[in-house]
Design a protein around this ligand. Structure first.
Ligand SMILES: *Cc1c(COP(=O)(O)O)cnc(C)c1O
Length: 378
């Protein structure tokens, strides 16, 4: 059996190696390393795929979030609401810009922001909401957008983990994740569902004015060459990364389907087993399984992780600490308001999930988990 990895980028690369290698060599021969035609073509192709008016490529997913907030003209101390259970980049940029993060609990079943608690967290200083499409499915965007409209708030979708997912509104309209809010952001970090071979990111918006502003901010606040209208940043996607992404974008749906198939295999093995909860698939969103995350009940999670490690099965805890308890972002809070997050920190475990898992590996993994559960029932 092939050694099991959390993410197997090498096997995925080998399947498209000739094509990618040739395209990368062509870029090197052209020497158009920055802002070359490959970047523009990728931008256009992603706009088409997402059915969004503007894609603005940038250097990584964290920059994308920062640039999105910078484009909204917020003032020091303005409040931005996001989930307490996500990757730290989401709150990091809020603090970096001297805005105030307001963290709220997530839903226990979907791992995404609890919209009732979101409502309760709104104050006159609230200016924006950052729903995170965690682990591969969309937050409840219909509710989030309704709340945002009522209170006149911007919505930045952190779509680093769910590119390619579809959200279905109650009127049957279907939209791609990241294209529903004021701005969507994503990351092309190698292990994301659409990953390049280094760092990369992008912002999405349907607003022409905002797109113009975002392009300027990502380019030193420059709208006319060497005239700087505001303080910006330098955040670019380079041509080599764009080339890789152009080869992988046409495969994204196939990649997401492979992930879904692997998730189906896991689901089938674990459904109705006592002591374990499979990830819920919400009816308003498709799931592209950036992670396959189980909840292990009865305080057995760490024991299971150790058991799997012994069998050379990697498994990760995303995420072990609530953001409100991190040293950098510590805020006084009433734990009663964060029951789901605090429970998930102790229950979640993510199994190997990527496009190259084979059935032999998956059988080995599911057998190991079931063996652990069987032993721990006795
Ligand atoms: C990966 C990730 C980011 C940051 O992306 P980088 O490209 O690594 O900067 C932001 N938010 C979430 C939810 C992520 O998973």
């Amino acid at each position: 059996m092939k050694k099991i990895q959390m993410v197997d980028l090498q096997s995925q690369y080998y399947k498209i190696k000739a094509d990618v290698d040739n395209a990368m060599l062509a870029v090197m021969n052209s020497a158009a390393f920055i802002n070359g035609p490959e970047v523009k073509s990728f931008q256009n192709e992603l706009e088409q795929y997402l059915d969004v008016k503007h894609v603005i490529p940038c250097a990584n997913g964290t920059d994308a979030l920062q640039i999105a907030l910078m484009a909204l003209d917020l003032k020091e101390g303005d409040e931005v609401i996001t989930a307490d259970f996500t990757f730290a980049a989401t709150v990091e940029v809020i603090h970096l810009l001297k805005l105030k993060s307001v963290l709220v609990d997530v839903d226990y079943d979907t791992f995404t922001i609890d919209t009732e608690k979101l409502k309760a967290a709104i104050t006159p200083r609230t200016k924006a909401i950052i729903p995170v499409h965690l682990f591969g499915q969309c937050a409840n965007m219909e509710e989030v957008l309704k709340i945002a409209k009522q209170h006149n708030l911007h919505v930045i979708e952190d779509n680093a983990q769910a590119i390619g997912a579809d959200f279905t509104f109650s009127d049957s309209t279907v939209k791609k994740s990241g294209t529903m809010g004021t701005i969507g952001t994503t990351s092309f970090f190698p292990s994301k569902n659409l990953g390049c071979y280094g760092d990369g990111g992008a912002l999405f918006t349907n607003d022409d004015e905002l797109a113009h502003k975002i392009r300027g901010i990502a380019n030193h606040g420059m709208y006319e060459r060497y005239y700087h209208d505001e303080v910006g940043v330098n955040s670019r996607l380079d041509s080599l990364q764009a080339t890789v992404l152009r080869k992988k974008l046409p495969l994204l749906d196939t990649y997401n389907e492979a992930r879904r198939k692997a998730a189906d295999f896991y689901d089938e093995a674990f459904a109705n087993q006592p002591g374990i909860l499979i990830p819920k698939r919400a009816d308003y969103t498709s799931h592209v399984f950036h992670q396959y995350t189980l909840r292990i009940l009865d305080g057995k999670r760490n024991e299971l992780q150790a058991f799997l490690t012994e069998k050379e099965i990697p498994a990760m805890i995303y995420y072990p600490v609530a953001l409100r308890k991190q040293k950098a972002y510590f805020q006084e809070s009433n734990d009663e308001d964060f029951k789901n997050t605090d429970r998930l920190l102790n229950e979640v475990i993510s199994l190997p999930m990527h496009t190259e898992l084979d059935e032999e590996q998956q059988k080995y993994i599911t057998d190991a988990v079931l063996e652990f559960l069987g032993n721990s029932q006795q």
